[in-house]
Structure formats: structure tokens, C-alpha cells
Design a protein around this ligand. Structure first.
Ligand code: ADP
Ligand code: MG
Length: 237
């Protein structure tokens, strides 16, 4: 136990929550499939970042989590890689079902970056990723979603539009990520986020990432996550 504390300290990580699994040291420790390990190697990722060391065992065990860490700490892969594992464990989608994984981000630029990162790992698994944000033709987006996908990366407003147009449903969604939650609140997306969350089955796995935890974000987290583990990296929050 003291070893674990020391190791967390060396990663500049603090955790709270009950029964928090110990952080891993290498990608191999995560138990990722050979296929996923190959995709990781192809990206040139040699070892997990601090947040990944702690997030992988938590998220892979199915727990909800809050990740507080600054930009550039590798948060995207921290939720994308376990998402790939989660999706591979699910029954295949029938036509017009899906997505299984839903990622909300504050801006189209951020959504696009996540989309690119997700595609790197999804492709070799036959997992389809769609990006949904303003500035793209709604008709094109509608058609793409209708064709089906396992992962949707979206800004909240456009995702609601697409749900209203019945381009997709949340019936199969079981893995929800709210990325940069503080910025989504700053941009006034709280009602849209609550609407999206309200359409996803309550026994979903929910992950929330944020650079800071203002009271409003804290309140949302309390309402929509179940027994989350909180991971804080470095001097943030
Ligand atoms: P954050 O969301 O915390 O700001 P990102 O997920 O965008 O950070 O990651 C920052 C950069 O680090 C990206 O270019 C990403 O590809 C890279 N990266 C992520 N994980 C690793 C890793 N384990 N090893 C090396 N590079 C990584
Ligand atoms: Mg990020």
C-alpha cells in the first residue's frame, strides 16, 4: 500500500474514491489486446502518461471517473483506449443502432482532434467513428450517422440537432465521456449536456474530464456519475 502511494506520488497523481485500483506502469500491464497494443506501438506511444497509468485500470474495471489534468497530459487516449475495449466487448450493432461510445467536447476543433485520435485506434478494430459538430452540412452528417457508427464525437448542440432529426439514438450508448467539462459550461452547454445525459441509460459508464472543477461542474458530476474515482494530476483543480 505504501508502494502504491509512493508510485502515485512519482506520477504526481492524487486519487479519491473507494477501492481505487493501483496505477499500472506499462501498456502491457493494462491487459490490452495484441491488436490494440499494435495500434498503440504504431503511434509511437512507448509508455502511458501519468493520467493514463491511473485511468486505464479504473476505466477498464467499469468504474466512473473524474479526471482533472491540464492540457497535453494525454487525456484523450485515457478514455479512447478503454472505449475501444468496451466496444469490442459489446454485441455488434444492428442497422440503425448505435453509437455505443459518445464523446462530448466544447468546440469543433477539440471534437475534431478527438475524432482523429479515436480513428487511429478504432480503424484496425473495424470500429467506425463519426464526428458531429457545427460548420458541416447537416444533411451529410445525417447520412453518415444513418450508415451507423460505434463512436460519436460531438459538440453538444449539434448532437442534439442530430438526435432530433433521428439521425441516431442513444439506445445502445453505454460509455459516455464529457471532455473539457468546464469549457462546455463556460460556453453555456449545460442544458444540452443534461439533455444528452438524460437520454443515455443510467447504468452507462460515465467519464468526466476537466482542467478545473468549478462548483457547477462538481454538482453535475455528483448528479450523473456513480461512485466515481477522482484522479487529479499535478497542481490543478
Ligand atoms: P489532453 O487531452 O490531456 O490535452 P491529448 O490527449 O490531446 O492531451 O494528448 C496530447 C498529446 O500527447 C497528443 O499529441 C497525443 O497523441 C500524445 N500522447 C497521448 N498519450 C501518449 C503516450 N502515452 N505517449 C506519447 N504520446 C502520447
Ligand atoms: Mg483533451
Amino acid at each position: 500500500e505504501q508502494d502504491v502511494d509512493e508510485y502515485r506520488k512519482s506520477l504526481a497523481i492524487r486519487v479519491s474514491g473507494f477501492d481505487v485500483p493501483r496505477p499500472i506502469k506499462t501498456f502491457e500491464d493494462s491487459g490490452f489486446s495484441l491488436q490494440l497494443m499494435n495500434a498503440i506501438k504504431k503511434q509511437g506511444y512507448e509508455k502511458p502518461t501519468s493520467i493514463q497509468c491511473q485511468a486505464f485500470p479504473i476505466v477498464l474495471s467499469g468504474r466512473d471517473a473524474i479526471g482533472i489534468a491540464k492540457t497535453g497530459s494525454g487525456k484523450t487516449a485515457a478514455f479512447v483506449l478503454p472505449m475501444i475495449v468496451h466496444i469490442m466487448d459489446q454485441p455488434e450493432l444492428a442497422k440503425e443502432e448505435g453509437p455505443i461510445g459518445v464523446i462530448c467536447a466544447p468546440t469543433r476543433e477539440l471534437a475534431h482532434q478527438i475524432y482523429l485520435e479515436a480513428k487511429k485506434f478504432a480503424k484496425s478494430h473495424g470500429i467506425r467513428v463519426s464526428a458531429v459538430y457545427g460548420g458541416m452540412s447537416k444533411l451529410e452528417q445525417f447520412k453518415e450517422l444513418k450508415a451507423g457508427c460505434e463512436i460519436v464525437v460531438a459538440t453538444p448542440g449539434r448532437l442534439i440537432d442530430m438526435i432530433k432529426m433521428k439521425a441516431l439514438t442513444m439506445l445502445r450508448a453505454t460509455y459516455l465521456v464529457l471532455d473539457e467539462a468546464d469549457r462546455m459550461f463556460d460556453l453555456g452547454f449545460e442544458p444540452q449536456i443534461r439533455s444528452i445525459v438524460g437520454q443515455i441509460r443510467p447504468d452507462r459508464q460515465t467519464l468526466l474530464f476537466s482542467a478545473t472543477m468549478p462548483r457547477k461542474v462538481e454538482k453535475l458530476a455528483r448528479e450523473i456519475l456513480t461512485d466515481p474515482v477522482r484522479i487529479t494530476v499535478g497542481e490543478v483543480g
